[in-house]
Design a protein around this ligand. Structure first.
Ligand code: MGD
Ligand code: MGD
Ligand code: MO
Length: 644
């Protein structure tokens, strides 16, 4: 019998909050995971995903031995045999290194996690680019501001008004939600703009409901009103170089037309306008949902234009918040190939099509770590077809996911709390020591160990730096002043950044000026047979597709509005299918008040093999900028029986 033991570590899930954690194991072996009470940002609380994480580490469905495909079944093999086979295949394919494709997902954050990129860069293998997450929004910000920076999040406490454009505060970031709550206690007011049906009720004073994908028209309408009322000052205009072209676009749209495009009243436009011009300063929070559209980048750029032209950028209490780059505070030069070999790249949002079309050379081997790409990228069946053309497929994971299922070799990885790393966040500026609190179970190993062992088997070998050296090199950043030893001692350190982004409206373009967007595209109407928009949103209790198989027992639930037109012809007591031109999924329908009538909500990440997999229905396309995935552009219908 041991005694109670507490250890500090940090979360490496793909979540903005990146919590500092206190893990306590008692004498009976019970483990509790709590937010670190002495961490300035985590402030002693954390979310359900973490509190339940031991269930994931200890799941009976977790796989902890390497396995080799034998026809339709799997055969456990030793690490020796598994790695020898992988080495033999890499030797074969490296004659044409572009025939090897490395897919590294978004799911695990951390410095050491980046070492797989170095391994495949040294091989000269093909890589992925673009993103399934926030690329359209991110690139939109860079286009506007010249870089991607937020105010320190606590600056929300200096705001008089906060406009939340579609971030689900109740689910996606509980620490942002807590700060918004505190700001409201101090008198700030919050307006949420979204298609409704989200968890923002308790965090908002007012709402404007808009149809999906129409934010840019609402923002443009408010700008038009500001212009018409002479509210755009010369002082602000002196900080941009693209006013004339922008003004022409806005002038070419009458207010009534813009109002019709986002289905709001003149009063709504006035209301949003007052939110940006009275009782400020006004902070703008931009969610990731509204950039998952064909014109997702444009949606974000028009919102930013409104924040800028109303004088709410570059000042305390103002600012426009979006995801930051999670690795911005580290130095990752060590992940670059010293020889800088040329590499072919594949676009993540259209990866299936890209693989199928690849020639000279075709993709012959794929290595996937930290990604459930078949489940999470659009058009599952195309991605599967692409997988099937690849001769040798390796998936490093801990569960038999929709992706792992289709591998030739499955390699079991260590998970969070089972490996040392440096933790980062795409929201706050703390950098954390991540401790190995539990030894990896069975034969599970870290990605770094796996690739180091594989590299030494190659001829010529590929040597990865020791794990400690990767961590040390990562800390050698202009934003940090800590050694690895100090970080291990102190558990976290705060990177140095200005608390207000772009003070004095000095932007990061070479001429220091802000860039306004110069195009505004109208939204194509939905095809007649598919009148509803499919919003595949996050779940509160899990991250992405990391849902335990033992918990996926029900058919997926979808939510529609009480005034959804489809209710006229749908019998909810019969079987209901969610249908797009790409396929159909049997679902359970629930009605939720407040949701826009043109919307179906599906909480994403459940597995196709267990009856889920919304990406079966979603077409693989690209967003206007940034090579993101316009998941929410997808139109669908609900029906009882297949229409011939
Ligand atoms: N329909 C639809 N799909 C979407 C989106 C959407 O809006 N709509 N948005 C998406 C967004 S925001 C994102 S960020 C992406 C996320 O998509 P992915 O990056 O694919 O994320 P996960 O589903 O979490 O899959 C990660 C896998 O890595 C495994 N894993 C965990 N830790 C480790 C480790 O240390 N090593 C290795 N080798 N594996 C590990 C997990 O078990 C899991 O199976 O997909 C998105 N997909
Ligand atoms: N619990 C949990 N937390 C997570 C994650 C998770 O899987 N689970 N994933 C993390 C990751 S990687 C990401 S990217 C973030 C995503 O976090 P969010 O940005 O909150 O992401 P989504 O759920 O994709 O979409 C959020 C909201 O967008 C709104 N929305 C949809 N379309 C529109 C539109 O056209 N206009 C407006 N104004 N609003 C719209 C919807 O109302 C929805 O509530 O969350 C992170 N945090
Ligand atoms: Mo994401």
């Amino acid at each position: 019998m041991g005694s109670t033991k507490s250890e500090l570590t940090a979360c490496t899930l793909d979540c903005p909050d990146g919590c500092s954690l206190l893990i306590t194991s008692d004498a009976q072996g019970n483990v509790s995971i709590k937010g670190n009470p002495s961490h300035p940002f985590t402030a002693g609380f954390t979310c359900r995903k973490i509190r339940d994480f031991m269930q994931r580490l200890q799941s009976p469905n977790r796989i902890t031995r390497p396995m080799l495909r034998r026809g339709k079944s799997w055969q456990p093999v030793s690490w020796e045999d598994a790695l020898d086979l992988c080495a033999e295949k890499i030797q074969l394919y490296r004659k044409e290194p572009a025939s090897i494709l490395h897919v590294h997902g978004e799911s695990v954050k951390g410095a050491l996690k980046q070492s797989s990129k170095l391994f495949f860069a040294r091989l000269g293998a093909s890589r992925v680019r673009g993103s399934l997450c926030d690329a359209a929004g991110y690139v939109a910000y860079v286009a506007d501001f010249g870089s991607r920076k937020n105010h320190e999040l606590a600056d929300l406490l200096n705001s008089g008004r906060i406009v939340n454009w579609g971030k689900d505060l109740s689910r996606s970031s509980i620490h942002t939600a807590a700060l918004v709550r505190r700001a409201r206690q101090q008198g700030a007011k919050v307006l949420t703009i979204s298609p409704g049906g989200d968890g923002n009720g308790p965090f908002s004073d007012e709402f404007v409901r808009i149809p999906p994908g129409s934010d840019r028209f609402l923002a443009a309408a408010v700008v038009r009103l500001l212009m018409d009322n002479g509210r755009v000052t010369d002082e602000i205009l002196s900080h941009t170089n693209s006013w004339k072209a922008f003004r022409e676009i806005i002038r070419s749209y009458p207010l009534e037309h813009l109002a019709a495009l986002c289905d709001v009243t003149f009063l709504d436009i006035q209301r949003v306008s007052s939110w940006y011009t009275e009782n400020g300063p006004t902070a703008t929070i931009v969610g990731a949902g509204l950039q998952r559209y064909s014109f997702g980048g444009e949606n974000v750029r028009f919102i930013n234009a409104l924040a800028f032209l109303s004088g709410n950028i570059g000042r305390a209490g103002g600012g426009s918040y979006f995801h930051l780059h999670s690795l911005r505070n580290l130095n990752l030069d060590w992940t670059k190939d010293p020889e800088n070999k040329p590499r072919r790249s594949f676009l993540m949002p259209i990866i299936g099509r890209n693989i199928l079309e690849a020639k000279y050379p075709a993709v012959r081997m794929i290595w996937v770590n930290g990604s459930n790409l078949i489940n999470q990228a659009p058009n599952i069946h195309e991605t599967i077809r692409a997988f099937e053309t690849i001769e040798f497929k390796v998936v490093v994971d801990a569960f038999m996911t929709d992706t792992a299922e289709r591998a030739d070799v499955f390699l079991p990885c260590a998970l969070m709390f089972e490996q040392e790393d440096i933790g980062v966040s795409y929201l706050h500026d703390f950098v954390h020591q991540v401790r190995e609190v539990f030894p990896p179970p069975g034969e599970a190993r870290t990605d770094h160990w796996i690739l180091s062992e594989l590299g030494r088997r190659l001829d010529p070998p590929i040597w990865l730096p020791e794990a400690e050296d990767c961590l040390r090199a990562s800390l050698n950043s202009p934003f940090l002043s800590t050694s690895l030893e100090e970080l291990r001692e102190n558990h976290f350190v705060q990177a140095k950044h200005s608390p207000v982004a772009y003070p004095g409206m000095q932007f990061d373009h070479p001429d220091r000026k802000y860039r306004l967007p110069t195009e505004l595209h109208e939204e194509p109407p939905p095809p007649e047979a598919y009148p509803l928009r499919l919003l595949t949103l996050i779940r509160r209790e899990t991250i992405h597709s990391q849902i335990l198989p033992e918990k996926q027992t029900e058919p997926p639930t979808v939510w529609i509005a009480p005034d959804c037109l489809c209710l006229g012809h749908l019998d909810l007591l019969e079987e209901v299918y969610l249908v797009s031109p790409l396929g159909r999924i049997k679902v359970r329908v629930e009605v939720t008040p407040g949701l826009h009538p043109d919307v179906v909500i599906y909480r994403r990440g459940d597995w196709m093999k267990l009856g889920g997999g919304a990406n079966q229905l979603i077409a693989a396309e690209l967003t206007d900028i940034g090579n993101g995935a316009p998941f929410y552009q997808q139109c669908v219908r609900l029906e009882n029986n297949e229409v011939e």
